[in-house]
Ligand binder design. Structure first.
Ligand SMILES: Nc1ncnc2c1ncn2[C@@H]1O[C@H](COP(=O)(O)OP(=O)(O)O)[C@@H](O)[C@H]1O
Ligand SMILES: [Mg+2]
Length: 285
């Protein structure tokens, strides 16, 4: 089992991060993009959701439907790498598919102008639905062919899937499902990233009295209450850290067939700039 994902930058052309909501897919993708660019690759970091935070953390005002370059002065220390980011235009892509696969211009226009497609409610709702479904049916052949091409493309050896999970047992369950599914469909589950792992120094929790004494010595008001609160918080943090460590160990055991395993701790703050992304990247490569 490897602990670095760095070799993926030289052996793969496409890295896809998957996992359930909120585990850090976007963050890990951006951190990998940054690390790859710093190692001299020409990188496009592509997202499907309008991730405001991603834009911010990459130093952009907002994501666009075209590739925007991230100023090398902000991240490049050496080498020739480039870093660009782009948000997939889901609506535009779908319209383009409709245009490509519609049998004739009338059907195409009916679909593109249909109110159902625009998810608004019309007075003659049911007839709109009926018309829309029958028009859509004419696209299915093309869509199926397209889906099978996409599936083949994702099975290619130049594509790597990185499964991201938090130490939450439900997220780990989903990650196991993803790994299973990818392997069943002969897609390359190349890495498991356990993200947002709470860690704490393995020290005995100081008592409320001892902390209260220290706070009082420093002339801090409410020392007794604060001491109790700190002691509780310290103990809780240790408990969470122990629990997360067990869950990470379980996840790594259950997904031992995945060749690379990385662990990224919960950072003290949200990941909102390139420095924080670089911090995350250090744990990945
Ligand atoms: N290791 C981490 N430490 C602290 N915050 C993190 C970490 N990874 C992700 N986050 C934060 O968690 C939130 C969800 O992350 P995000 O990458 O958007 O998840 P996803 O794309 O899977 O929905 C964001 O606010 C992000 O900044
Ligand atoms: Mg996301």
């Amino acid at each position: 089992m490897l602990t670095s994902l760095g070799d993926l930058f030289t052996t793969k052309r496409v890295i896809v991060t998957v996992g359930c909501g909120g585990v850090g897919k976007t963050t890990i993708a951006a951190a990998l993009a940054l690390a790859a660019a710093q190692r001299g690759r020409r990188v496009l970091c592509l997202t499907i959701d309008p991730a405001k935070r991603l834009a911010t953390s990459l130093g952009l005002r907002e994501m666009a439907h075209e590739a925007q370059e991230i100023d090398p002065a902000l991240w490049r220390t050496e080498g020739e790498g480039t870093l660009t980011a782009m948000m997939l235009d889901v609506r535009g892509t779908f319209d383009a598919l409709v245009t490509r696969y519609a049998n004739n211009p009338q059907t195409r226009d009916r679909i593109l102008n249909n109110q159902i497609y625009h998810s608004s409610t019309g007075a003659d709702f049911l007839s709109q639905v009926a018309e829309f479904l029958s028009d859509l049916q004419s696209l299915f052949g093309g869509f199926r062919e397209r889906a099978s091409k996409v599936r083949d493309a994702l099975m290619a050896s130049e594509v790597a899937f990185v499964v991201v999970s938090s130490p939450d047992p439900m997220a780990v369950g989903e990650a196991m499902f993803f790994v299973d599914h990818l392997q069943k469909h002969r897609m390359n589950a190349e890495a498991l990233v356990m993200n947002r792992v709470r860690q704490a120094e393995d020290l005995p929790t100081p008592s409320a009295d001892r902390l209260a004494g220290l706070l009082a010595d420093a002339n801090i008001p409410n020392a007794t209450d604060l001491g109790a609160a700190f002691s509780r918080a310290w103990r809780d943090m240790s408990t969470w850290a122990r629990r997360d460590a067990l869950e990470v160990a379980r996840a790594q055991r259950e997904m031992a067939s995945v060749p690379r395993h990385a662990v990224v701790p919960t950072l003290d703050e949200d990941v909102y700039d390139l420095a924080a992304l670089a911090h995350v990247a250090q744990r990945l490569v």
